[in-house]
Design a protein around this ligand. Structure first.
Ligand SMILES: Cc1cc2nc3c(=O)[nH]c(=O)nc-3n(C[C@H](O)[C@H](O)[C@H](O)COP(=O)(O)OP(=O)(O)OC[C@H]3O[C@@H](n4cnc5c(N)ncnc54)[C@H](O)[C@@H]3O)c2cc1C
Length: 457
């Protein structure tokens, strides 16, 4: 046998480990939200995750800056699971503005929070940075408290299908190959592993100028004085910019991100273009290259940037940073054209803050989680059905929480009402989402701008 030739795996009998109502594959932001919300509605739920902790990119990827959950007026539009999760964090595990200043445009407050990634376009926003270890714990405790059966260290290898329906997955672990059967499967692998292997159509096109196709291994440094660095950057902007310009000449382009603790900082780069997270050789190369570039950056920062003289590597992300791979072809596709025009979808199951103050809040339809062809499967999180421009903000952690929650509720409602999940009663799904604290548009209108958002009892 030579390279490039094929070998045939022997057939084998695989034990069934569990039969459940809702099987969630992938324990990242979307998967945890999906599992928790399905279990909250009484669905027998199993969550399968390949690593030994929950949170995906938001913990293991060290992507601990949670993007905006408030809109440009300061109103919180991503809540529900998001709020329940963040409320579990101890105060010292979170860096972010208090609720009373969300939406503030006061220059001093904007300046202070801008330095801490909580103000954009002159508005203070709810976009905290969190401690990854405390967030891992919060995810774990929340899904266990809701009654989810958790299987860690378990890699979903193949979907199980009956004709056009997905009815479970085969997964690999130290216990060998096992099966889980389910009434509804939710693919929250981020990369659409389940739906792609089940034969669903997907897209992977990118906007070349955007960062969303870039990969990297993020890292944390300790021994820094971020307050000193931030005041240097603000009070001596010219000197700071000169250091940055010198760094750029040798390929140091990333800026440090403040953490809840002053002596620690985060880098969510260096971003590497031209790699695929679906190619094992590329994954390997990004791991190698990211660490080498980190050492170059460490040397440069130590020698040139105030506050970094004693910096040292604390942690490189256990999980490689992937922003984008496969996007489902759903029964609906979120497009820039629709959200820029302020379209409120009939089947709305989530609302996202808009990427720019000139646009209204964005309505997220259920159809962007439903495969065009396969049954008994939903896909939530960064593998949703959308165009590449929309992906730039819909892939963010809060939006993944919101989509996951919607998928979990829809799956539980479908199981209870013995319907195909694609035909689920959307008004019942919305009613449960309201009860779980999710914000949704409260009226139907095509007029962009200020629609009332209402929290139902
Ligand atoms: C470098 C970088 C910077 C970013 N910056 C920000 C930011 O500042 N703010 C923000 O809000 N968002 C940011 N994002 C985006 C955000 O982190 C992700 O898009 C988001 O975490 C996606 O959530 P998810 O649940 O869809 O997928 P993921 O977070 O990727 O989670 C998928 C989960 O599924 C598991 N899994 C995958 N395949 C399998 C399998 N076959 N079997 C079992 N388990 C599997 C994974 O281990 C993982 O736990 C950034 C992303 C990156 C990479």
């Amino acid at each position: 046998m030579g390279i490039g030739e094929m070998i045939r795996e022997p057939e084998q009998d695989v034990p069934v480990l569990a039969r459940c109502d809702v099987l969630v594959v992938g324990g990242g932001p979307a998967g945890c939200a999906a599992a928790a919300s399905a279990a909250e509605l009484g669905a027998k739920t199993v969550l399968v995750e390949r690593y030994g902790y929950l949170g995906g990119m938001s913990t293991g990827g060290l992507v601990v800056w949670i993007d905006r959950m408030s809109d440009w007026s300061g109103r919180q539009v991503i809540s529900g699971f998001a709020s329940e999760l963040l409320d579990r964090l101890p105060r010292e595990a979170l860096l972010g503005p208090p609720r009373e200043v969300w939406g503030t445009r006061t220059p001093e407050l904007v300046g202070y929070w801008e330095d801490r990634a909580c103000a954009f376009n002159g508005v203070v926003t709810w976009s905290p940075t969190v401690d990854p270890e405390m967030l891992k714990l919060a995810y774990m405790e929340i899904v266990l408290a809701k009654g989810v059966r958790l299987l860690l260290h378990s890699w979903a290898a193949r979907p199980l299908q009956e004709g056009n329906s997905v009815c479970g997955v085969l997964f690999e672990s130290k216990s060998g190959r096992q099966a889980i059967l389910a009434s509804v499967v939710i693919d929250t692998t981020g990369d659409g592993d389940v739906f792609a292997l089940a034969g669903a159509a997907f897209e992977s096109d990118i906007v070349a100028e955007d960062i969303h196709h870039k990969m990297n291994v993020a890292f944390l440094w300790a021994g820094v004085d971020m307050e000193r660095y931030l005041s240097f950057r603000r009070l001596h902007a010219d000197e700071h910019d000169a250091v940055v310009a010198r760094g750029k000449q040798i390929g140091v382009v990333d800026r440090p991100h403040a953490m809840p603790c002053n002596d620690t900082c985060l880098f969510m780069g260096p971003r590497l273009a031209g790699y695929s997270c679906l190619d094992v050789e590329d994954l390997t190369e990004v791991e190698v290259e990211s660490r080498r570039r980190m050492m170059l950056m460490l040397d440069f920062y130590r020698r040139n940037m105030p506050g970094f003289e004693h910096a040292r590597v604390m942690l490189t992300a256990p999980q490689i940073g992937v922003r984008h791979s496969r996007r489902l072809m759903g029964t609906k596709k979120m497009t820039r054209e629709k959200w820029a025009a302020g379209t409120v979808h009939e089947d709305e199951v989530a609302v996202s803050p808009s990427p720019d103050p000139k646009y209204p809040n964005v309505s997220v339809p259920f159809g962007c989680l439903v495969p065009a062809t396969l049954d008994n499967l939903l896909a939530a999180g960064r593998n949703l059905s959308c165009d590449p421009v929309t992906h730039a903000f819909m892939r963010e952690i809060p939006q993944c929480w919101a989509m996951g929650q919607a998928a979990g509720v829809a799956a539980a409602v479908a199981v209870k009402s013995r319907m195909l999940v694609r035909n689920v009663d959307i008004s019942e799904v919305r009613s449960h989402l309201w009860k779980q604290g999710v914000f949704l548009h409260d009226e139907r209108s095509d007029v962009p701008g200020s629609r009332a958002l209402k929290r139902r009892p």
